[in-house]
Design a protein around this ligand. Structure first.
Ligand code: SAH
Length: 264
């Protein structure tokens, strides 16, 4: 009767026709899907997915499930966000079980908030299924703890995409002065500018930086460098999007962990 994932001792919700489930697919490795996400994939009639959703995750969908690309690239301001929300509403009104699948967590730099608001305004019932966000899970797969008691009492998650201007430069300086590590999403295109702004604001050029590209996928690459060298090293190694940039001393802990950490 129900196609919900069966886990002994657990009752997972049934996907009802006409509902939209706004779901995080995690950063890439299908093993990082939540049980709710897996259950959603197995029950959906149609999956509207983002460019950042890993193919290995989409392959978990059964043969009868329609896969539709929402046609956005992560990071860039999307001219068609409105169209995506309209499409979700249209499909839900047709009585389909609509799975909106997004990379990482839908509410972390994922525009899930805008889509949920659009659905609410249209009177469509939806469920939010959080996912592991790339800025934390991606670091973990690079053997970098986001916090330790010895290194930092917090982290800053921030996007590197913004309109050029002084306001934003001031913000980087405030972030630098907080003394907390900075984890940047969508930071690759402005990396030289961001690194310079942080050094101008007083961060040491020797501050440790990690760039984790395509984290948690078989193509994961990790660069460990310093703030003064990161822009040059990224270019030299040909690292691009999607990448997480982590700036802070906790990056140095990786050296001790990596020899014994089992790779996935
Ligand atoms: N909602 C997502 C973030 C979307 S913004 C989340 O919670 O993870 C897109 C940015 O996320 C990318 O530019 C990149 O900085 C980061 N990102 C997403 N998946 C990634 C991955 N597998 N490896 C590295 N960075 C990733």
């Amino acid at each position: 009767l129900t196609r919900a994932v069966q886990v002994e001792g657990l009752t997972l919700p049934v996907f009802q026709p006409g509902e939209v489930w706004l779901t995080g697919a995690g950063p890439g490795d299908p093993g990082l899907l939540t049980l709710h996400a897996l259950s959603a994939i197995s029950q959906a009639d149609i999956i509207l997915y983002d460019a950042l959703v890993n193919d290995a995750v989409l392959k978990l969908a059964g043969p009868g499930v329609v896969l539709e690309s929402a046609g956005k690239r992560g990071g860039r301001p999307s001219p068609n966000q409105r169209d995506i929300t309209e499409r979700l509403i249209e499909l839900a009104r047709q009585g389909q079980r609509v799975l909106r699948l997004k990379g990482g967590d839908p509410f972390v730099f994922g525009r899930g908030g805008e889509e949920a608001a659009g659905l609410a305004a249209a009177g469509i019932s939806f469920r939010i299924i959080p996912g592991l966000t790339a800025g934390l899970a991606g670091l973990a797969y690079a053997n970098i703890p986001a916090t330790t008691r010895d290194t930092n009492h917090g982290v800053i998650l921030v996007t590197g995409q913004y309109a050029a201007g002084t306001e934003r430069a001031l913000e980087w300086s405030a972030l630098a002065q907080s003394g907390l590590p900075i984890i940047i999403y969508m930071g690759m295109s402005r990396l030289p500018e961001i690194a310079n702004a942080l050094m101008t604001a007083g961060l040491s050029p020797e501050t440790a930086v990690a760039v984790v590209c395509e984290a948690t996928t078989p193509r994961q690459r990790v660069l460990v460098t310093t703030l003064s060298r990161v822009a040059v090293d990224v270019t030299a190694q040909g690292l691009g999007s999607p990448s997480i940039v982590a700036i802070g001393e906790m990056v140095r802990l990786r050296a001790a962990l990596s020899p014994f950490a089992i790779a996935f």
